[in-house]
Design a protein around this ligand. Sequence first.
Ligand code: NBG
Length: 808
Amino acid sequence: MFRTVEEFKDAYINIISSTYAKPLENCTEFEKMENLAHLMRTICSGISTDTRQIQKEKQMKKVYYFSMEFLMGRLLDNCIINLGIRDIVVQGMAELGIDYEKLCEFEPDPALGNGGLGRLAACFLDSMAATGMAGIGMGLRYKFGLFKQEISNGYQIEKPDSWLEAGDPWEWSKPGEAIAVRFGGRVERRYSNGQMSFEHKDYTVVNAVPYDIPIVGWNGDIVNALHLWSAEPAHASINMEAFNKGDYALALKERSEIEAITCILYPDDSNGMGRKLRLKQEYFLVAAGIGHIVRGYIRDYGLDAWDKFPDRVAIHINDTHPALCVPELLRVLIDEQGLDWDCAWDITTRTISFTNHTVLPEALEKWFIPELQPLLPRVYMIIEEIDRRFKESIDKNANLSNEILKKTAVLWDTEIRMANLSIIGSHSVNGVAALHTDILKKDVVSNFYTLFPERFNNKTNGVSQRRFLVESNRPLTGLITEAIGEGWIEDMSRLKSLMDFRDDAAFLERLAAVKRQNKLRLADYISRYMDIDVDPDSVFDIQVKRFHAYKRQLLNALKILDLYNKLKENPNLPIQDTTFIFAGKAAQGYAYAKEIIKFINSIADLVNADPVVSKRIKVIFMENFRVSNAQLIYPAADISEQISTAGKEASGTGNMKFMMNGAITLGTLDGANIEILEQVGAGNMKIFGLTSEDTHRYRTFGGYSTADILAGNPALSRMMEQLIDDTFMGSGQNFWNIFDALTRAGDEYFVLGDFDSYAAAWQELSSGYKNRSDWNKMSLANIANSGFFSSDRTIREYADQIWHAGHH
Ligand code: NBG
């Protein structure tokens, strides 16, 4: 690696001329960025070779993190920061006449994930590298990531995200390491020497080709990998006869069917889905990943060391999407390595662990037997056997009723339940925040908790401070480092010593100046892309996340409509001037969530066009929420809206990103908000609304009446009217579906029930902004107490308590 600016410039120029055969000044901006990425990739490769050697010498346990989503975001700045050479690079580029930060914006932002689950996987890879673990990601190389969201006339429009169009400068393609994945066909049973064996015949082979992305640890001391698998034809699959006749569609049919497997990321977030291609994707990831692991294991340890497999390898399944790891590992051990069932079962369950990320029943994956069986005939036989043995073990226990069997079986009626398969086939099951794990134990999978209490544990989520603080908020990083030294980046618990500055007026002023700088940066972005001016001295009140009814963007929207109504009557209403910012995508097929997006944009039209009201409040919907604009948004927030219906948000991770950047949380007692409260204290955050016990009680025993709530509440009743009268017709439609959901269909997410307490909490919190020195103290307390939410802490807990893997 280079130690000086001169060395860096030489390396950069060398690689330019050898790759592009033209001088720097003739390169496009994209090529200049690509070149810098190639240079970094070369450095990473060197470190990666050393890393593997060291990990081998130390016989470190390898942890494979299987996830259908990795929402990595841009890698260039992140890589350069982690390598510890940012100053050199910025300076060198400046001397070459290139603005480094502008150049970074030419990098595509790969959106190979939907939301929290995928971004968590990306933070975990970062933390595994930073804590010195041998942690490897297994994912899919989708040609098209999550759709690009455009807002047209207030409506969400989905456009394809062809992020690979100009090539991905980070990936190393490894066709020589491809794995053959089999679909379809039939299974023949054979008896020989009193042993039954199975042969899979007449299947179709799809080649899984790995593309490796480097994952750089802090200070560049280690580089791990993310393997993204791509589906490619196993042979020259062109029908020449059809081609010669000019029928190109037919000629390429087989090829396109194969390529379809990794063509597109399913754009669903916590919603049910049941599509055959998705099942193919899931098995493709699992078979490629397990094939790769087993091949590497045999290379390192030979063919007779299976009993040690669980000591050397951990396989983690991120939600149920890779649950087929259970039958696939069994299949490989039994059919290919000749182990007996009991031995293979013992190895499999000791190797695999599982995280659940949601309590929403519609998101608990199920496949129909007629869907899965023909596609994966041998895997299905193994699932049947798992189910048979499990049922048998339950039957032995006379105290357990049929009811329990019905809830815990893998196969029931025509269904295959992936959560049950994951729990039965693994040694550890965890939720992602304390409350969520509790709800799993007491409610969602309580029967399993009774059967296997020792398997259940909690691992509260975390986020990478290197991405969401060091990279996203350089001014704050500088201020913290100046105050307490650099050690906090590796050990976030040290942030606590920032509390020493609680009464240091000059420090608090500087903290406020940092926030203002970040608000100006966001205001500038909004003015550039949306042509709306926002006041950086107003409170920035922000809700950014996927759109879902339970996340209750609607509650926030109604609060703003209520403010609009009140400001129309009294423009001098004693509230703090506020800019309300939203961003987030709704799943393509989720009509209700899309209607809420339209509703927010319609309120924005009303508010922003009103000459009087718009002087006090503004509403901004930023389109196409993704990692890169998120990095501008979190640092600029004063208030972080975390207002899900209690009991529904498994954890949330945006809440942590906001907190680290000094925003004050306005939230319900849900997910990790509860632990934020524990860390920061009630004086530094604002809690409102029904608790998860309350909502559970209403759901179980009834007693929640929207008619009663509306009867005593003229402000709310008026807004219900406005949903369906002509208030919003200027923007093109009114909102009957929302009206119905709230007033006639029982208000499933308790929007009306929480409204008054929410509006009052907002009023109380935001009016605190008047006293800036107290506000700055609250902000400081949030930063200082956010150390617990580093994904380094989370990953160390996984390593110690689940994977039993080494780290520092
Ligand atoms: C999401 C939850 C979030 C949680 C992330 C990461 C799914 C299925 N679940 O609350 O909704 O923070 O997972 O754990 O996407």
